[in-house]
Design a protein around this ligand. Sequence first.
Ligand code: PGA
Length: 243
Amino acid sequence: MPHKVIAGNWKMNGAQTALSEIAAISLVAGSLTCKTILCPPTTLTHLAVGMVDSIGIGGQNCHHELEGPHTGDISAEMIAEAGAQYVIVGHSERRENHGETDALVQAKAKAALRAGLMPIICIGETLSQREDGQAISVVSTQFIMSVPTQANIIIAYEPVWAIGTGVLPSLAQITKMHDVIRALLIKTYGKQGESVPILYGGSVKPNNAQGIFGVANVNGALVGGASLKASDFIPIMQALSDS
Ligand code: PGA
């Protein structure tokens, strides 16, 4: 069985005043049956690492190269040196806003593994792709082209149209896609593919988490907006732990 994983993606939110939220989340995380990960902005990585013991800290993106003339970028090794253990790669906001291709996402996932980080690899279709009946083929292609050869990864299925919109796919739609991803994981990694966590992401909230976590092959969630406040995130963590 895959580990249950709940990951918070703070995106470009959070100043040092938000560290109290991380402390509150960490206090609860130790007593739960799931792994909790928080990905604050890079400016908080080192501080966050220093104040938690029961949650993992992750970056939100990394460059695929070790070092070099890439102003404003940060390597996976630098994120690891700051004490993080995870890094999100291929989030749809990076794919859209920064033109990241599947090949680049795969290079970033490999860089993460090179640095000893576990990549959280995001895949997901847009609304028009779903309306055109292309959701499964788009996500399958993204998966095949974005994953590295090692199975030491976490997959996050995030339909772009559900991110930050309050719109949730039906449980049947989530079930179908997670089953497809599990089959792809097993095809790619054999037995190891059975234990790679598949997270659902997109408008996960305290009031819908329990239903989502009841879906087969949903092993947790990648949570944006509702991870910013401990009072929202903790009930979601608890729902996963109880599932
Ligand atoms: P959301 O974001 O929970 O705010 O919809 C999810 C994500 O982008 O990872």
